[in-house]
Design a protein around this ligand. Sequence first.
Ligand code: ADP
Ligand code: MG
Length: 537
Amino acid sequence: MEENILELRNVTKTFGDFVAVDSVDFELQAGEIHAILGENGAGKSTLMNLIYGLYHPSDGRIYVTDREKWRYRLRAKSPRDAIATGIGMVHQHFMLVENLTVAENIALSLGQFRAGVAKSISENGSYKDWFGKFLFKKDEAIRITEALSERFGLTVDPSTLVRSLSVGLKQRVEILKALAVDARILILDEPTAVLSPQEVEGFFTILRKLQADGRAIIFISHKMKEVLEISDRITVLRRGKKVYLGPTGELTARELAREMIGEDINEVERSANADIGSDPPDNVLQLSNLTVLGDRDEVAVSDVSMESRRGEIVGIAGVDGNGQRELAEAIMGLRHNASGTISILGANPKGIKAVRQRGVGYIPEDRQTTGVIAAFSVTENLLLNVTHLDNLTHWNVLNQKRKRETAEQLITDYDIRPPVADTPASSLSGGNQQKIVIAREISLHPDLLIAVNPTRGLDVNAARYVHENLLAQRNQKKSVLLISTELDEVLLLSDRLYVMSRGKLIEATAQRNDIETLGLLMTGESHTDLSDGLDES
Ligand code: ADP
Ligand code: MG
């Protein structure tokens, strides 16, 4: 039997009255890839932050076994302590200094040992103990980075500014940072969320290499397919509790899903494409040669032409940060650095108010700044939209009873928790704030709905409810533009499919069953011609 190098016994973490991690036992064996599966809010990140010393357990104990096989209780006061025992973590959101080079970022991570004793990489790629201060010079940092890259097959140019790297490469730098200090236990928190299908494959190759090198990996994900492909064992968390532990393959994907959410899932069914529009096509949205500049005056959306018609969901897939946000904001009248034309129901409204009055609903990517007003109550946020207020107003008098009823109905329908209408939106979790935005925008049944990552942060049931509502919009001959980084979601819902990559929009409806090609399009490998050059990589 393999030895445990990390053990959690009865670990609990509470935030106020809320139990985020509830008496969890967890074991990590040397050399295994152990997946932690759980829907959003299950407590995965919290559990990892406890191991990494960012949080401290409210109860329970954590044990590690060190290189010399000594088992002792870990009381990490900070990540520094966790790192010194050989634990490395790559967070859901990267922790790199964008304006430094790759080598400088690695050096920074090594520099955290200035005051201590630690094992870390030397210039020839082997590990050694460093005592006292760890000083580095620029060329030394570059040599160390090169040695690391070579040893683990993680190629990245040491002198490049992190800012200019793709997300996939940034992640590589994060892993190198952990390896630079010889992490024997690598915690990867939703590492594939930001990657395209091809990048995921490359990433898995790296994980297997690290595993072969004797390192143990905790792989966190809510994507079943990936977990089944890469892991040796699976722990499932549900609402803070460990509900399952077993070898990969013991349960089917469906059985695991049931463990995750506690009941059988049934995904929405998309009926055959509702016969679209009329002849000539009934375009709700028409973009012609739209170019939009981003926040740093770079070309974020490049010469985009497309249309979306009544009775269809047009999906735009793509990895985060390829111009999707700027595209949505331009359509909503929130971006003025744009050229080309945006036509909505035959008009060219200017500014968000005019766009909304044209009958456009908007589920923005960033709910914190544009989705909800934190200080307003749940009710006020639900009814914020002018159209809602019009419906509830008769001869300029707001019908208070109907206002309350409408809000309470939406709270029930969308399972907004806690179900308290007059609590400020700021006191709700991110997922529940998202439900407010979705309830408000969808319940108006706008002619055109722009939805950007509408189910991000939602649990499985809430996500399914949103999917059903988007389909209902389409079946009522409305038009939905669904922009999402979740390829599965786009494939499930859309009648026509585009991929957005580096500001360009490519129609890919005919490639919808070909994940390979879609992945290549998403990484920008093939911009212009679908039939060309796909077999090169
Ligand atoms: P997961 O990573 O599985 O999606 P998290 O561990 O991030 O879930 O969160 C678990 C629960 O704990 C969520 O309901 C979240 O809102 C809550 N939570 C996480 N961090 C904090 C915190 N610092 N304060 C209060 N609640 C928190
Ligand atoms: Mg998380």
